[in-house]
Write a protein that binds this ligand. Structure first.
Ligand SMILES: C[S@@+](CC[C@H](N)C(=O)[O-])C[C@H]1O[C@@H](n2cnc3c(N)ncnc32)[C@H](O)[C@@H]1O
Length: 265
């Protein structure tokens, strides 16, 4: 991964070159609509406070748990003792981006949602709350982390989530057999080039012409930047939106010309 200094430099470059969607006009009706109705929606939706209360509990939880670490190729490389609050402080998507995912679900109403990397289920809960009738499948390899996520879903009365515990390599084939098509995916586990591109290919094979794929931490490392660039160049990809901390990919949307946007958020 890049050092904090390298990341800060990259972020500043992103910040000062990104468009705010106003300027010369955004030449994509899809992106214009996304900026107006999703990105810039500043409402404080009812679920935000309830989910943030659970995040806050996790950030103060001093319980030590056993966490399996997944290496390249998804083999478990080591098992560590970790404190819940340390994971909560470092691994979860921030409220700003988790709430953006909530609004994406609320606005586009994807029916089948897949999340790779549940952690404690905070972002999963945002995804599930965006549309009660969506079916959310979320995957987590570490057993004790997954069991905390399951407790959080119960505490927040989340009924439309199926949590699948196990290594992505082993659980994904069965998930794809049952889901058939994926309308929205959030890829937030195993931040390496080859696994990310493999997940992309698997998701592509189950996409429709309105599927949206969201990749986490696209600028986190050279490998993730290389994966992001390969995804952007793939012929099936029509529109990409770079928000620095996540990258959004549209598979078709009836859009003929490939367009890449860097938007300030
Ligand atoms: C960054 S965290 C997910 C955070 C979560 N999406 C959120 O925003 O709250 C990534 C999770 O993916 C899990 N993970 C990484 N590689 C995996 C693999 N190959 N199979 C299963 N789980 C994996 C890790 O155990 C970790 O809990």
């Amino acid at each position: 991964m890049y050092s904090s200094f390298q990341l800060t430099k990259k972020y500043l470059r992103y910040y000062f070159t990104a468009s705010n969607g106003k300027g010369h006009g955004t030449h994509s009706p899809f992106v214009f609509d996304f900026i107006e109705h999703v990105l810039n929606d500043k409402k404080n939706y009812a679920c935000y406070d309830k989910i943030e209360a659970v995040r806050s509990q996790l950030k103060h939880d001093t319980t030590t748990i056993e966490v399996e670490d997944f290496g390249a190729g998804s083999s478990i490389i080591k098992s560590n003792k970790r404190v819940v609050k340390d994971i909560a402080n470092s691994s979860l998507k921030s409220p700003k981006f988790a709430q953006l995912l909530y609004r994406i679900v609320q606005y586009y109403k994807p029916e089948n949602i897949l999340e790779l990397g549940t952690s404690f289920g905070v972002t999963t809960t945002y995804l599930a709350s965006g549309n009660d009738s969506a079916k959310v499948v979320t995957c987590e390899g570490a057993k004790q982390i997954a069991s905390i996520a399951a407790k959080n879903f119960t505490q927040l009365n989340i009924k439309n989530v199926t949590l699948v515990q196990g290594d992505f390599d082993k659980t994904l084939p069965t998930i794809f057999d049952t889901l058939k098509t994926i309308d929205l995916a959030f890829v937030d586990g195993n931040h390496r080039k080859e696994p990310t591109l493999q997940y992309f290919q698997q998701l592509l094979a189950h996409s429709t012409n309105t599927t949206i794929l969201v990749f986490d931490d696209i600028h986190w490392s050279q490998e993730m930047e290389a994966a992001w660039s390969a995804i952007q160049q793939h012929p099936a990809v029509t529109v990409t939106i770079d928000l620095f901390f996540i990258g959004i990919v549209c598979i078709s949307n009836g859009i003929k010309v490939k367009q890449h946007f860097i938007l300030r958020y």
